[in-house]
Design a protein around this ligand. Structure first.
Ligand code: HEM
Length: 243
């Protein structure tokens, strides 16, 4: 599925996060510059591994939801209800995870449940008596909480990535369903690219500045995989057809 590219890449050579200064090198030396490039390339490699490790799960969710979620107002509402069940406990967890602040992420700014609730309430009004029952709500936060900061960052990656898909889905929804509530899909609007770039920088820092970067990367990938798996399980619980 191709969508307009979101410019969120960390360009090689930029200071995506604090470069390692090796012994004997002062900031500003050629050694430091090559160290920064090395760090930046390592960051891009982490992001590439994250993307490729979750690509099959993304493909699965995408083909499960598109275009079936846009069939009518009721299916669109059902998709938003499933996404609310995914986001709600994780957003609560992020709000209690102090590590996000240290990585430059303002989790309040990233909250999507407000828009999801707003869309759901307005769709219910639009559908009136024709509004079918919604799928069961998600499990309480405690049972879905990521076990560490890198695992939480993996979940954060999945939820933030969905804003990119939202940009693709927005015109599709308008074409197929007309003037319907789209707060969730509009998401960050014009700020999408900037916030995505900030997210990617935070993911890389969360891994590379961890005491054990290799295990932090493993937790990042596991956290992202678990979040896609949870979305799949929520779709199953909502009797959503398989891909
Ligand atoms: C409903 C169907 C969906 C479609 C059509 C879709 C489409 C897309 C597209 C086109 C991109 C790439 C944007 C770009 O590179 O500029 C993307 C990225 C992404 N989407 Fe989706 N998406 C969908 C649903 C979701 C959902 C529900 C989630 C998670 C809850 C999700 C998570 C992600 C992630 C994590 C990325 C970032 C991948 C990366 O570059 O590392 N998507 N999506």
């Amino acid at each position: 599925m191709q969508a307009p590219a979101i410019s969120g890449d960390i360009a090689p050579g930029t200071h995506a996060y604090a470069p390692t200064v090796r012994p004997g090198e002062d900031a500003g030396t050629a050694g430091d510059r090559s160290s920064a490039r090395w760090a930046s390339e390592r960051g891009l490699a982490i992001l590439a591994r994250l993307r490729s490790s979750t690509a099959p799960a993304h493909e699965q969710v995408e083909s499960r939801l598109f275009p079936s979620a846009l069939e009518d107002l009721a299916s669109y509402r059902r998709m938003l209800a499933v996404l609310l069940a995914l986001h709600e406990p994780l957003e609560q967890h992020f709000a209690n995870e102090a590590g996000f602040v240290g990585l430059g992420i303002d989790v309040a700014e990233r909250r999507k449940t407000v828009g999801l609730r707003d869309d759901l309430a307005r769709l219910e009004t639009l559908l009136g008596n024709a509004a079918p029952p919604l799928p069961p709500a998600g499990e309480p936060a405690a049972s879905t909480s990521p076990a560490s900061l890198p695992a939480a960052l993996g979940a954060f990656y999945v939820l933030e990535g969905s804003t990119l898909g939202g940009r693709f889905l927005l015109p599709q929804v308008r074409d197929r369903l007309g003037d319907v509530p789209t707060s969730f899909l509009v998401g960050y609007g014009d700020r999408t690219g900037r916030l995505w770039k900030q997210t990617r920088t935070a993911l890389v820092r969360g891994v590379s500045e961890a005491p054990h970067p290799a295990s932090a990367e493993h937790a990042l990938l596991t956290g992202a995989g678990a979040t896609f798996a949870r979305l799949d399980a929520l779709l199953d619980a909502a009797d959503w057809p398989a891909a």
